[in-house]
Design a protein. Structure first.
Length: 160
């Protein structure tokens, strides 16, 4: 009888453990970044391109950067950017500032339907023409994107 009870406890314990493992696997498969390489690649391409355009500017042509922002940013990202870029438009001509942003690496951490979240590493190079100073900086962002038609737009940006 003891062995029967012990065997039942072992079987119930294994059943619980297998159920927990199966639930974890089911949750992982809802993240299409693991199962849809085509969409994952498209998200990365659209977001990387947008970040390079939106976070690069020349003091004598801020309109091109504003146009890129209008095409690629929505929601909270657009609001944040507009607040920041208003300051840039004031300071850039005075300082003759040029900023170049390059995505170094990025990856999709979550992709579900028309929503994605990415981790992006950027390198930024700034040059001030008024005093001939240059600086380099690295940035790490969490980016939320949403598909609109066949294009992904950025809806939220968070520094890490």
């Amino acid at each position: 009888m003891k062995y029967l009870i012990a065997a039942a406890i072992v079987l119930v314990s294994l059943g619980i453990w297998f159920r927990i493992e199966a639930t974890g696997l089911a949750e992982d498969t809802t993240n299409q970044a693991l199962t849809d390489p085509g969409t994952t690649s498209k998200v990365i391409g659209d977001v990387n391109s947008a970040l390079g355009k939106v976070f690069s500017y020349r003091y004598d042509n801020t309109a091109a950067t504003e146009q890129a922002a209008q095409q690629n940013l929505r929601g909270n990202a657009e609001s944040q950017y507009n607040d920041l870029f208003a300051q840039v438009k004031q300071q850039a001509p005075v300082q003759k500032l040029m900023l170049t942003t390059k995505v170094v690496d990025s990856g999709v951490t979550m992709l579900q339907g028309d929503h994605a979240q990415l981790l992006v590493f950027l390198d930024q190079s700034a040059t001030r023409g008024d005093n001939n100073q240059s600086s380099l900086a690295a940035a790490e962002l969490t980016v939320t994107a949403q598909r609109q038609g066949d294009h992904w737009v950025i809806t939220d940006l968070r520094t890490r």
